[in-house]
Ligand binder design. Structure first.
Ligand SMILES: Nc1ncnc2c1ncn2[C@@H]1O[C@H](COP(=O)(O)OP(=O)(O)OP(=O)(O)O)[C@@H](O)[C@H]1O
Length: 369
């Protein structure tokens, strides 16, 4: 099985550096999501892996071989784009067959009428049709193969694009925001299909998205990228629960993590709005305390909080509150905490501390506040 490795990839367009020495490894058989906001350099990195763009620095290794300068066709990498990139004049079956026809038929054999008469062409075309049928079936495309892209829905087109990538039997899959043109219901079913394709093929997969729900639900590991740098790469739980950097903490989670001004005293005990939190650290002075909305609870005692707004979400409600001057959002069951004044508490094991430079500060010990 083949893995993908990027070493020190740098890229600038004119004066603007888009990628800063990016190191990233997708292990054989792994599904890795590259998650970051629009414009952070995700697509540029994908194009470099596919060989459509050349890096200024660094190396691309596929299956251990250095292929930084290799032609896209020599990499055995299949790429699926957001906009499907199907040929409008070809049927679904013909679109799926394109990479096989390019690989197995000569230029003469590919000619529409004459090609079919040339020796060997018919047998090759029959084998191609069998391969197309084999990938179309599990993707639910068997009955749509004769249609042209204009006669297909967005989700069906995206499945044709996926089938065209799968049929090549690539060693590495690159998927660039493949679900962003689909509506919510279709996104969730296509998400499962992509995970299933990955499970079946076992090919190393690099999946670019700006959608954290996609990254967290689908991937074995998530690489969080901001402004051309990978800030952290870990399992979905690691990046969400143990962010190494305040920017990662802020980027993951909806609603966003509460970031509160706190203070470590001479004894290292961390205080928030005059009350001790149960956290102790080696640092002294101002710190940022990160609390996810679901880490906070309404309690009989704790930090006094004024409720300023409520958002009913069905299965939960969001309370927009303030402790002292600091805004804080918590997610609680609906129907709870009707009063305008509440007390909040949290389990210090779920609290995160960050220093002035944004790096995570370890808590030495925690006592329940
Ligand atoms: N060919 C180019 N010439 C100049 N600038 C470019 C070029 N391609 C991309 N850029 C710039 O590089 C930055 C990164 O672009 P890229 O497409 O890699 O981001 P992205 O994270 O994929 O964003 P999106 O999610 O919006 O596609 C952007 O600021 C973009 O404007």
């Amino acid at each position: 099985m083949t893995g993908l490795e990027l070493r020190g990839i740098g890229k600038a367009f004119g004066q603007t550096t888009v990628l800063h020495k990016v190191d990233l490894a997708v292990r054989p058989g792994e599904f890795l999501a590259l998650l970051g906001p629009s414009g952070c350099g995700k697509s540029t990195l994908m194009r470099i892996v596919a060989g459509i763009e050349a890096p200024d620095h660094g190396q691309v290794l596929i299956g251990g071989s250095e292929l930084t300068q290799a032609h896209p066709a020599a990499r055995n990498v299949a790429m699926v784009f957001q906009n499907y990139a199907l040929y409008p004049h070809l049927t679904a079956a013909q679109n799926i067959a394109v990479p096989l026809a390019m690989r197995r038929l000569s230029a003469w054999q590919r000619m529409p009428l004459l090609g079919g008469l040339l020796p060997g062409a018919r047998a090759i075309r029959r084998a191609i049709a069998q391969d197309v049928a084999r990938v179309a079936e599990p993707l639910g495309l068997a009955h749509l193969l004769a249609r042209k892209p204009a006669q297909l829905s967005g989700g069906q087109r995206q499945r044709v694009a996926l089938a065209r990538a799968v049929v090549r039997d690539p060693s590495v899959f690159l998927l660039d925001e493949p679900l962003s043109n689909l509506d919510a219901a279709l996104r969730s079913s296509t998400r499962r299909e992509i995970v299933e394709i990955h499970r079946r093929t076992g090919a190393a997969t690099l999946y670019v998205t700006h959608d954290q729900a996609e990254a967290l639900t689908m991937a074995d590991r998530v690489a969080v990228m901001l402004a051309g740098r990978i800030l952290q790469c870990g399992t979905p739980r690691e990046v969400y629960e143990q962010p190494a950097d305040i920017r990662v903490a802020r980027f993951l989670g909806d609603p966003a993590i509460n970031l509160l001004q706190a203070e470590a005293g001479e004894d290292g005990m961390v205080r928030l709005e005059g009350r001790t939190t149960g956290l102790r650290t080696r640092q002294r002075g101002p710190l940022t305390l990160g609390l996810r909305p679901e880490a906070l609870q309404v309690a009989a005692q704790g930090w006094p909080a004024r409720v300023e707004a409520r958002e009913y979400l069905g299965e939960a409600q969001l309370l927009h509150t303030r402790i002292g001057p600091q805004p804080i959002i918590l997610r609680v069951p609906p129907g709870l905490a009707e009063a305008p004044l509440l007390h909040l508490c949290f389990d210090p094991r779920e609290a995160l501390l960050f220093g002035a430079d944004g790096a995570r500060v370890p808590a030495l010990e925690v006592q329940h506040a």
